[in-house]
Write a protein that binds this ligand. Sequence first.
Ligand code: NDP
Length: 239
Amino acid sequence: MKTVLITGASSGIGRATALRLAREGHHVVLGARREDRLTALAKEIHDAGGTADVYRLDVTDRADVAGFADAAVEAHGRLDVFVANAGVMPLSRLDSLLVDEWDRMIDVNVRGLLHGIAAALPHFRRQGSGHFVTLASTGAHEVVPTAAVYCGTKYAARAITEGLRQEAEPGIRVTTVSPGVTESELADSITDPGAKAAMAGYRAVTLPPDAIAAAISYAIGQPEGVDVNEIVVRPTAQR
Ligand code: NDP
């Protein structure tokens, strides 16, 4: 049984990951801003016989993320897995100049990830073990129109996570999970009409979020000493 912290656990992939890992017997610590959602999810997990804690956090706030990790260690004695999953995707063409949305993607998808590394790494080093899992994207492998900034943040997330893997001491595992199009609330934040219309077609075929949860479960279920570096999972219909 591992203590697993998940950012962005209030919907989509994070929620599905919490449900699956709790079912598998792990203790999950649920982080996000919408605390009501987290409380309802924790109740669902408890009712099914699992265990979960709730922690309200904004990943753009470094102190919040540090508090998330520290509180889990205080309550459970250790931090086994940190899943850096929180992300936003308000897509638009660069010439739409939705500069505030660019900033938000960088703050959540890049700074939020770095805050997770800063929060988890001291505990992993003290323990001599731990597993950091980053949710990147197939958009961390290729750029598509309207997704320049989003893909930029996901290329950055993948690069930073690979750097962490290379630098991490033996005993610390690092995995990048790169999902293709997956059913979630991710596209709800798109305000640009053109990007919204394009996304409707793009999301015609999606994976269920539990398909990504299964990949995360596979990575953390490997024996100590086995590090799954990256998993790319996409719908068969996605090129
Ligand atoms: P959702 O929109 O369903 O979930 C995103 C989660 O991130 C929510 O729980 C949200 O919680 C949380 N979040 C957003 N901003 C913040 C913040 N500032 N602080 C804390 N939590 C925050 O999308 P997905 O489940 O799809 O996304 C999960 C990850 O998977 C993201 O990193 C995304 O980029 C990645 N991904 C998703 C793909 C897809 O097709 N769905 C494809 C490739 C990658 P709250 O609002 O309550 O804070």
